[in-house]
Design a protein around this ligand. Structure first.
Ligand SMILES: *Cc1c(COP(=O)(O)O)cnc(C)c1O
Length: 355
């Protein structure tokens, strides 16, 4: 297959260390050695994400949506009502998951370009909500929501806060316990820059004890309590994505060594570098708060042509948009193994295409 430089949001350009690990023969996994690696990854991840050693971690062999479905269906039942923040296709996915599982939900629906503010929460104050579901970085638009606003609402209303941080984790500051998050959803192919296929649910002990451990999972394969009980011995209930778990261990070790703040600062640096270049070209970026994970670029109905020209003539793949935004917006990723030189090439290509 022909290779293109990826400015996507997942899979992304992988680090040489990860590619090295992914090329090796896989070991058998029901061994003490593998359990040790899993326990080490669990500890490293808790440190990097900023949650207590008492929190629980489930490693699921699934894409991010599997972890979203597992989190929602193992925490709430048809007796509950939750609030979904729907500002794009990933917010909508939370609503669809609730529908499939018969979980009642109300929504804050944001139009494209609309910024989430405290006023959006006013109609829901005092309502008996069991939880709030949010994609802190709504990857379909690049908006980064104000997590403080959301967690204060949850605190006032006694609602559990479940955060899909799949694209934001490692790109934007995220400290799970300090920010009042009860459950975090992650996936391997975004800023972790690993192969797709592994997703992670991190739960604090309160949501685990009061909800997850008491609710019977409606999905046999994605039973979080079963995963947590297996992780006590560093194992998973079923054959895991052994290779991606080894990639993960290498990545977590490397982030723990250099510091998570440095990784985030580097992503911000690349995002700022590209955004400055884009403004010099006179291109338009939306004015809502942006995650460092990606930059949305607005077009006048020719986004698909630009996408195709970048791929065909320059060997560059950016992230196309779906639905009503397909010809209005492209998204340029800042996660993965990328450098200023890569953005120079992309900016030069954009300049040629647009002139
Ligand atoms: C990528 C992503 C997902 C998961 O998508 P999958 O294709 O199932 O891996 C979920 N939420 C957000 C915010 C994402 O960016």
């Amino acid at each position: 297959m022909e290779h293109s430089r990826l400015f996507t949001v997942g899979p992304v350009m992988m680090y040489p260390e990860t590619l090295g690990i992914s090329g090796e023969q896989l070991p058998y996994f029901r061994t003490d050695e593998f359990s040790q690696i899993m326990k080490e990854s669990e500890t490293l991840l808790k440190g990097i994400i900023g949650t207590s050693a008492q929190s629980k971690v489930a490693f699921l062999t699934a894409s991010g949506t599997g972890a979203m479905e597992s989190a929602v269906s193992n925490t709430f039942t048809s007796d509950d009502e939750v609030l979904v923040i729907n500002g794009g296709s990933f917010g909508k996915r939370f609503e669809e998951i609730c529908d499939v599982h018969g979980i009642g939900h109300v929504s804050i629906e944001l139009a494209f370009g609309e910024v989430l503010t405290s006023q959006h929460f006013d109609p829901f104050e005092g309502r008996d909500l069991a939880g709030v579901l949010v994609n802190v970085g709504e990857t379909s638009t690049g908006q980064l929501y104000d997590l403080g606003l959301i967690s204060e609402f949850c605190e006032r209303n006694g609602a559990f806060l479940i955060v899909d941080a799949i694209s934001s984790f490692l790109a934007d500051e995220y400290r799970m316990d300090d920010m009042g998050v009860d459950m975090t959803i992650l996936s391997s192919q975004k800023a972790l820059s690993l192969s797709p296929g592994l997703s992670i649910v991190v739960m604090n002990s309160e949501i685990f004890e009061r909800r997850v451990s008491r609710i019977r999972s409606p999905i046999y394969y994605l039973d979080l309590a079963n995963h947590v009980s297996n992780m006590e011995r560093g194992q998973t209930p079923f054959t895991p994505a052994v290779g991606i778990l080894l990639e993960l261990n290498g990545m977590l070790r490397s982030i723990a060594e250099s510091g998570v703040d440095r990784r985030i600062a580097r992503t911000r640096e690349l995002a700022d570098y590209f955004r400055n270049g884009v403004r010099e070209l006179g291109m338009e970026i939306p004015d809502y708060p942006l995650s460092n994970a990606l930059t949305p670029l607005l077009f006048d109905g020719n986004a698909k042509d630009v996408y195709n020209a970048l791929r065909d003539k320059y060997g560059i793949t950016v992230t196309p948009s779906g639905g009503h935004l397909s010809n209005r917006m492209l998204r340029v990723g800042h996660i993965g193994y990328l450098s200023e030189d890569d953005y120079d090439s992309l900016l030069a290509a954009l300049r040629e295409i647009l002139s």
